[in-house]
Design a protein around this ligand. Structure first.
Ligand SMILES: Cc1ncc(COP(=O)(O)O)c(C=O)c1O
Length: 377
C-alpha cells in the first residue's frame, strides 16, 4: 500500500508560515473562541465513543436518519477516511453485515486530493474528470466507469477547487446509477451550508447515500476538528469499528462547541458566513473581470480561475506571487489543471482586499510586458 504525498498540504507547509496573507484557504474565516463556552467539565473521552447520542439524533434528523446512522469524527477528513476503510478495504464474509465487497471506487475529479488518493492507496480508482468552463456532471460518464466490483462513487458538492455546485437532479441521477449497481454514493458536503440554497444531502436520498461533513468550512470552526458521516447503519457501524483504531472518540471540546454551534446559534453563524461569502464573491468577480480571467462563478469561497497572461503556468504564477508579494495561492496542477490556480476568498475583508491588491501588482507589469511585446511583434 502506498499513499501519494498530499500536494496541497506540502505546498502550504512550504509557504504559509512565512507569508503575510493566506489567499488559498478553502473555508470561511475562523470564528473567535470567545463566542463559545469552552468548558465541557472533565476532559475525558467522549462516551459513547461514536458521539453524544442526543447530538447524533439531532444531526441524524437533518438527513431523515437515526442517531445510529451517524458517527462523529475528527473532521470530514476522518469521516471520509473511515468510509473508504469500511467500503474499499474491509471485506467481511458475504452477507455478514449486508455490505457488498469491492475494491474499486469511481471518483469525480478535479477534487480534494484525499478523495482519490486514499481509495487509490486502498484499492483501484477510476476518475471521471469534469471539464471547464462549467465542470458539468454527467451521470452517463459515471455509468460508463462503474464496474461490478465498484464499492463507492465519490462526489464533492459543492466542489473544491472549482466551486461547482451540481444540481439536485443530476446528483439524484448519479445516486440512481450507484444504487442500481449496488454501490454507495459518498458525497463530501463540507461546503454545502455556504450555499444560500442548499440541496438535499445525499444521505437523505436513500439506502445507498452517505454524507460527510464538518463544522470546518461553513461554520469557520476548523480548529475544533469536529465532523461526521451519516448513512446506512451497517456502513456507520463498520466505520465506528475502524474508528476504535484511529482516534477512538471525537474530541470532547470539539463536541462541546459543536453542541452550541449546531443549536440556537446556528442560524446566526451561517447567515453571517453566507453574507461574508456573498459579498466577497462579488468583490472577487470584479477582480477576475478586471484581469480578464476565466472561471466558473463558485458556490462557497473557492475560486479556480485561469492563470493570467505572462506566466508559464499556475506554479510559476503562484511561486512569483508568494515570493514577491507574500501572498499564498494554490497552483492548479495540484488538482490536475496546470493552467489554473485556486484562490480562497473566505478570509476577513481587509486581508482579502490587501491580498487581491498585492496579486494585482504582480500581474499588471507581466501582462503589460506581454501586450507590449505583442504590439512590437
Ligand atoms: C472537500 C474537502 N473535504 C474535507 C476537507 C477537510 O476538512 P475537515 O477540516 O472537515 O477535516 C477539506 C479541506 O479543505 C475539503 O476541501
Amino acid at each position: 500500500m502506498r499513499i501519494e504525498p498530499f500536494g496541497l498540504e506540502r505546498w502550504f507547509a512550504k509557504y504559509e508560515h512565512e507569508a503575510d496573507i493566506m489567499l488559498a484557504e478553502s473555508g470561511i474565516r475562523s470564528l473567535d473562541a470567545s463566542r463559545f463556552d469552552l468548558d465541557p467539565g472533565k476532559l475525558g473521552y467522549v462516551i459513547p465513543t461514536n458521539g453524544d447520542p442526543e447530538l447524533r439524533a439531532s444531526v441524524g434528523d437533518r438527513y431523515g436518519r437515526s442517531a445510529d446512522e451517524v458517527l462523529f469524527t475528527c473532521g470530514t477528513q476522518e469521516a471520509n477516511f473511515l468510509t473508504f476503510l469500511s467500503l474499499v478495504t474491509d471485506h467481511a464474509p458475504p452477507g455478514e453485515d449486508g455490505i457488498g465487497a469491492g475494491t474499486h471506487a469511481v471518483v469525480v475529479t478535479p477534487t480534494y486530493q484525499a478523495l482519490h488518493a486514499v481509495p487509490e492507496a486502498f484499492g483501484e480508482v477510476t476518475r471521471v474528470e469534469l471539464s471547464p468552463p462549467d465542470w458539468r456532471l454527467d451521470p452517463d460518464a459515471i455509468d460508463d466507469a462503474i464496474r461490478e466490483d465498484t464499492a463507492v462513487v465519490v462526489l464533492n458538492n459543492p466542489n473544491n477547487p472549482t466551486g461547482r455546485y451540481h444540481d439536485a437532479e443530476r446528483v439524484r441521477a448519479v445516486y440512481d446509477v450507484a444504487a442500481d449497481n449496488d454501490a454507495y454514493l459518498l458525497c463530501d458536503e463540507v461546503y454545502r451550508l455556504l450555499s444560500t440554497d442548499p440541496q438535499p444531502p445525499v444521505a437523505s436520498l436513500g439506502a445507498h447515500g452517505i454524507s460527510t461533513t464538518s463544522l470546518t468550512k461553513a461554520y469557520g470552526l476548523a480548529g475544533i476538528r469536529f465532523g461526521w458521516l451519516a448513512g446506512p447503519e451497517p456502513v456507520v457501524e463498520r466505520a465506528w469499528k475502524w474508528k476504535d483504531y484511529t482516534t477512538i472518540s471525537p474530541g470532547l471540546i470539539g463536541q462541546h462547541v459543536a453542541k452550541q454551534a449546531l443549536g440556537r446559534r446556528e442560524d446566526r453563524i451561517l447567515s453571517e458566513n453566507r453574507d461574508l461569502a456573498n459579498t466577497h464573491r462579488d468583490r472577487v468577480t470584479d477582480w477576475i473581470d478586471r484581469h480578464g480571467l476565466d472561471w466558473h462563478e463558485p458556490v462557497g469561497v473557492n475560486a479556480f480561475p485561469t492563470v493570467p497572461d505572462g506566466f508559464t503556468d499556475g506554479r510559476e504564477f503562484c511561486r512569483t506571487v508568494v515570493e514577491d508579494a507574500g501572498v499564498v495561492l494554490a497552483p492548479g496542477d495540484l488538482f490536475g489543471f496546470p493552467d489554473r490556480f485556486r484562490l480562497g476568498f473566505g478570509l476577513p475583508t481587509p486581508e482579502l482586499e490587501e491580498g487581491l491588491d498585492r496579486v494585482s501588482r504582480v500581474i499588471e507589469p507581466r501582462v503589460a510586458a506581454v501586450n507590449g511585446k505583442g504590439e512590437g511583434a
